[in-house]
Design a protein. Structure first.
Length: 302
């Protein structure tokens, strides 16, 4: 029986001509309902927006810091190389070709023992001493996290006497990157949980204050979306305004990080600030609207 009623209702709706002026009036009414709901909460609005802004600020700062750290890691990875020392009499070209065929190897350059010895003699002022240095291959790996894998594959190659790289630096870079990425995940989860909880409590108050009005609308046959939309818009408004406020301290962090990049002569990530701002606006609005939807589902059976 219910299915038959739904089918009849859909059929009737299809044959009703659309009145665009009426649609605009409904949209205006929904917006005004959202505005009135925001006014009803009064001082609670300030508390909600301030709390959400603080949460989003922490997220934004950590996200911006992560982008800079990724740039630092990438630049340090570009200068991080494996030094391969060859045995006396080894054909350097053969070893070089074998290393080039290893996965994740970007570039292999040869520095002969004569070149190394000439540089060392000029630096230390040495003369008339037999050259004790071996031929050396400089191996550039695509990513710092792959350096240990490449290191292990080069070691057993015939003609390789010894090899080494800045192992501690590579480990510290990897650990720092993992810590920041893990922190980002935790901050997103905590931000979502806190934001949804705050919005949930606020929307619950609004629902309680409009309980009789909502019940009357339901008895009159008002569509569910007409009741839901102002509440969702209210949550989205809180999230959006909080994100806008969170951008203010983020500008100060941006200036500080730019100075750090200049000091270490490492370029600032392209569009990093714009990416963070857009992410804050999207996440803030989405979390606000999402919190409202969950609250509606929990406290309002429509």
């Amino acid at each position: 029986m219910d299915n038959s009623k739904q089918q009849i209702k859909k059929t009737v709706k299809k044959h009703i001509p659309k009145d665009w002026l009426c649609e605009l009036r409904i949209a205006y009414r929904i917006v005004m309902e959202a505005v009135n709901d925001i006014k009803r909460t009064g001082i609670v609005d300030l508390v909600i927006i301030t709390t959400m802004a603080a949460i989003l600020t922490i997220f934004g700062v950590l996200f911006r810091f992560t982008l800079s750290l990724s740039t630092f890691t990438h630049e340090l990875g570009n200068v991080l190389e494996i030094s391969v020392y060859l045995k006396q009499g080894t054909e350097a070209g053969i070893v070089k070709d074998r290393i080039k065929s290893i996965d994740h190897v970007q570039r292999v350059t040869l520095k002969t023992k004569e070149e190394s010895w000439n540089s060392l003699k000029q630096e230390l002022g040495l003369h008339d001493i037999i050259n004790p240095l071996p031929d050396t291959l400089r191996v550039k790996v695509d990513k710092p996290q792959n350096i240990q894998e490449v290191f292990g594959k080069i070691k057993p190659i015939a003609g390789v006497e010894d090899l080494g790289y800045a192992k501690e630096l590579a480990k510290k870079m990897q650990v720092l990157t993992n810590v920041v990425n893990t922190s980002m995940v935790f901050v997103i989860i905590i931000s979502a949980a806190l934001t949804i909880t705050i919005i949930n409590n606020t929307i619950q108050l609004v629902i309680q204050s409009r309980k009789d009005e909502i019940e009357i609308m339901r008895l009159m046959g008002v569509s569910n979306w007409y009741i839901k939309t102002p509440l969702v818009m209210q949550g989205a408004f809180y999230g959006f305004v909080s994100a806008v406020i969170a951008v203010i301290p983020l500008n100060g962090v941006q200036g500080l990080l730019q100075n750090v990049h200049k000091f270490f002569l490492i370029p600032t990530p392209v569009y990093a600030q714009n990416i963070v701002i857009i992410s804050l606006l999207i996440i803030g609005t989405a979390f606000g609207a999402g919190g409202s939807l969950l609250s509606i589902k929990k406290h309002l059976q429509v």
